[in-house]
Design a protein around this ligand. Sequence first.
Ligand code: SAM
Ligand code: DTB
Ligand code: SF4
Length: 330
Amino acid sequence: MTTPLWTQAAIAGLFDLPLLDLVARAHAVHVTHHPANRVQLSTLLSIKTGGCAEDCGYCSQSAHAESGLKADKLMDRDTVLAAARAAKAAGSHRFCMGAAWREPKDRDMPALVDMVAEVKALGLETCMTLGMLTDDQARRLSDAGLDYYNHNIDTSPENYGNVITTRTFQDRLDTLDRVRAAGMRVCCGGILGMGESRADRVSFLHALATMPVPPESVPLNALVPIRGTVLGDLLHDVPSARIDDIEFVRTVAVARIIMPASIVRLSAGRESMSDTMQALCFMAGANSIFTGDRLLTTGNAGGDRDAALFGKLGLLPMEGMAEPVESEAA
Ligand code: SAM
Ligand code: DTB
Ligand code: SF4
């Protein structure tokens, strides 16, 4: 287990490279650590939508937002399993179940544990994102076979309070420690285009790369501007606040260089990216996407467009990253 020695100054130096040098370097790192032209496929399902107590300024599901989203109860297991089967049939490897909670309640745990076991039995990798966890909840999910837990730091420690006030950056790190201690793999990244500075992007990536063990999976989301959310409204009203495409590509490339073994996911925001922009992101080291027509509450690029894109770029799906799942259904 190696701890990267990246300093903020060294990371800032990478950002400052001429774009083509930066992307070439990222691509070289990519192909020495990952199969070339292969992209890992994950599918999202919102298993509990809306009504969240947290005040994340980007999120349609916050009770503090005025996005008009109706709060639902936890989805029943058969609906979840039908969606997981459909994801598998569409070629996805990992099924990520997201809940709009600050943290799960202990009374929800039996249903969650059951979902993990059943989705895994279909032969899919499992991922959940449920908010903060206690040690006991993390252990129960891990024992049920949860492969990954998604818990994003979202932005730099310095910018965190501008985006979320109902929890701290340290709260996120504490849950990530519990996830690790319980033996699960970590999916942790953030959102670009929330008005953060270059220095924030440097500090955000530094925080990820210098974790005791860097996340196995690093989702980089471009802010999806949702009306009724603080940050979404800002972006609608001031379109120039949108992150510049080249700066986004730079961030992907730097993530690839400083976290060479991690899967870097081109996550939310792909729907508004051109094929050319996505191609540049894959060149810069992104090697995972969300498949399907929906993310959690917003649209996604979707099957047909992605199939055409993969065809045009000569990309192929990557095989599952976790150990093969024995057929438990037999
Ligand atoms: N409630 C849990 C939590 O916050 O950890 C899980 C669900 S939450 C929706 C998962 C992640 O989705 C957030 O941390 C954020 O990075 C991303 N996300 C949410 N809304 C987004 C948006 N409008 N644009 C881009 N990413 C978004
Ligand atoms: C992550 O980093 N991105 C995904 C997943 N983790 C849970 C969520 C994206 C949500 C985009 C906005 C929405 O659909 O509500
Ligand atoms: Fe709740 Fe997660 Fe949305 Fe924040 S990002 S409001 S914690 S669902």
